[in-house]
Design a binder for this molecule. Sequence first.
Ligand SMILES: [Zn+2]
Length: 331
Amino acid sequence: MLQNFKIKPGIKQIFRTGRWLRSRFSKGVLILLYHRVAQTDHDPFSLCVTPGNFNGHMEYLRNYTHPISFQEMLGSFETGELPKGAVVITFDDGYADNLYNAQPVLERYHIPATFFIVSGCIDKSFWWEDLTQIMYQPFSLPNQLSLTIQNHAYTWKMNDSGTPARRNLFKSLFQLSRSVPTGERTHLLKELKAWSAVTDEQWQERRPLTAGELLELAAKACLEIGAHTVNHPLLADLPLSGQEQEIIESKFSLEKLLEKPVISFSYPYGLNSDYTSKTIFLVKKAGFHLACSNFAGLAGRKSDRYQLPRLWIKDWDQTTFARRVNRWLAG
Ligand SMILES: [Zn+2]
């Protein structure tokens, strides 16, 4: 299933820069953020990197950078001996393709990684993928949608079932869904399923890991499991009690399943506006050793360990990936 990747002569210069970077710079650690390693028709959130490109990324990292784990990163912050060209690989959400398409490549290149899991979605489905399935099903949708969400009445008119109308409605529904309490979101999705008459057939390739698959992933050498809340809410929009529940329960349920401590966390969505200083306090209080955000930068000794920057990796070919990684590592 994985393509063999051949190095093109045109990118020799970029590779030379990579070698140079590894020998010269130790300004900080570049933490990479992946979600899925898969090929799909609908990727409205730009979550997918194809298996071929992912192989190209890992090949480059192994040959021209210094991939390390979070443990090694924290250790190097303590000693002050930061490896040159250090990178940490992370995955958010916990898609099944992480086990089948990413893990074998990580193993091939001996690259450590941390997987942040939405604990309440294990063995179930991701609500945003349910929404994608409803909105991007191949059949036409009814012309009007009326919903009441958090005591507000909404009506959308769809004059046609073409892509722009669907995309706009999808965007609105996603924004509304991520801010409502879990019970209301479940109810909303049920209403949408009935409205769209979508079949219950799962989009298998978009599913989360099962408990068994997560245990398989966690058992691999150099792979770490972190928490990413229970339901992937927009934490900043939840009351403090709701935030605390999402943070603590994800840690507890993963620890119960894995029978080992879960010490790293990543904020859903992860921009500064998606969590607050109180969220950070709750993450510290829950006993996590570090937390990752979703804005680019280098992590250094003086960085806030509870807001570590990450570079969101898109479906770039190896040349583009190498150029972007080099740019960040060079500071
Ligand atoms: Zn996420």
